[in-house]
Design a protein around this ligand. Structure first.
Ligand SMILES: [Zn+2]
Length: 249
């Protein structure tokens, strides 16, 4: 479905490494989709347990704090379902085991669109090295989508759990330098900022409002919109075929 040039999927699953990756990358779009009734699930590969460096902080405590913050951020964006896979934060690897976990989630939820982070991005502007976990999550997600999720002869054992092969129609790659789609997030930029603020342990004294508006305005430049999120969209199944598959469900 396309509303005023804005594509709205029936369902979407965002797969990332850490609590807060979705908020930085694509929560403006998630919030817009959620408002129009898209069924959305967030899959967070780690619990972000190494992300709070404070005296007396244990990894267990940190994991609980970050999971609570992520659930709150999802709620703000209108997303009810958040799945944590409990992989090791800071040491995430695109293993076959992780691929299988992701295939399980994709076959269960059957999202029309899968969103993930760009695994080929090594540098962010000229001031950051992209976190290796972000690259690992992107690789694992793309490898789960194609060909594994849609190939009945791969991870056949999942069929015994009643999880039939399923091919998502589109991939939205976020946090990328190779964008081919800019989504207008004027009406949800404040939701995006509020969702980011829910990650209190990460924001501390840093207020996301100004930088997030600046980045979103930069992406929107020359595109007749005030604020944008950027994606590289890969279409795996043509829209008509995708509709037919949905009707056949
Ligand atoms: Zn991250």
């Amino acid at each position: 479905m396309t509303i005023n040039n804005f594509f709205v999927p029936e369902s979407a699953m965002a797969i990332v490494a850490h609590p807060d990756d979705i908020e930085f990358g694509c929560s403006g779009t998630m919030a817009r989709w959620a408002k129009t009734g898209t069924r959305i699930a967030y899959v967070v590969c780690t619990n972000g347990e190494v992300g709070i460096a404070e005296p007396d902080m244990t990894k267990e405590k940190a994991a609980e704090i970050r999971k609570t913050e992520q659930r709150e951020a999802a709620r703000i964006a209108g997303v009810d379902e958040v799945i944590f896979l409990g992989e090791p934060d800071g040491l995430l690897q695109p293993t076959l085991e992780l691929r299988k976990k992701l295939v399980r989630e994709i076959r269960r939820f059957r999202p029309e669109v899968v969103i993930t982070t760009d695994p080929t991005r090594m540098f962010v502007r000229d001031t950051y090295i992209n976190h290796p976990d972000h690259r690992a999550a992107g690789t694992a997600a793309l490898d789960a989508v194609f060909p594994a999720a849609g190939q009945p002869n791969l991870f056949q054992e999942l069929e015994e759990e009643g999880l039939k092969a399923y091919k998502p129609c589109k991939i939205y790659v976020t946090s990328t330098d190779g964008a081919n789609l800019f989504v207008n997030i004027e009406e949800t930029i404040d939701t995006k900022i509020a969702a980011l603020r829910a990650h209190k342990s990460q924001m501390k004294d840093w207020d996301p409002e100004e930088p997030v508006k600046e980045w979103a305005a930069e992406r929107a430049k020359g595109k007749e919109m005030g604020y944008a999120e950027a994606f590289r969209v890969i279409t795996l199944v043509r829209e008509e075929e995708c509709l037919e598959n949905k009707r056949a469900k």
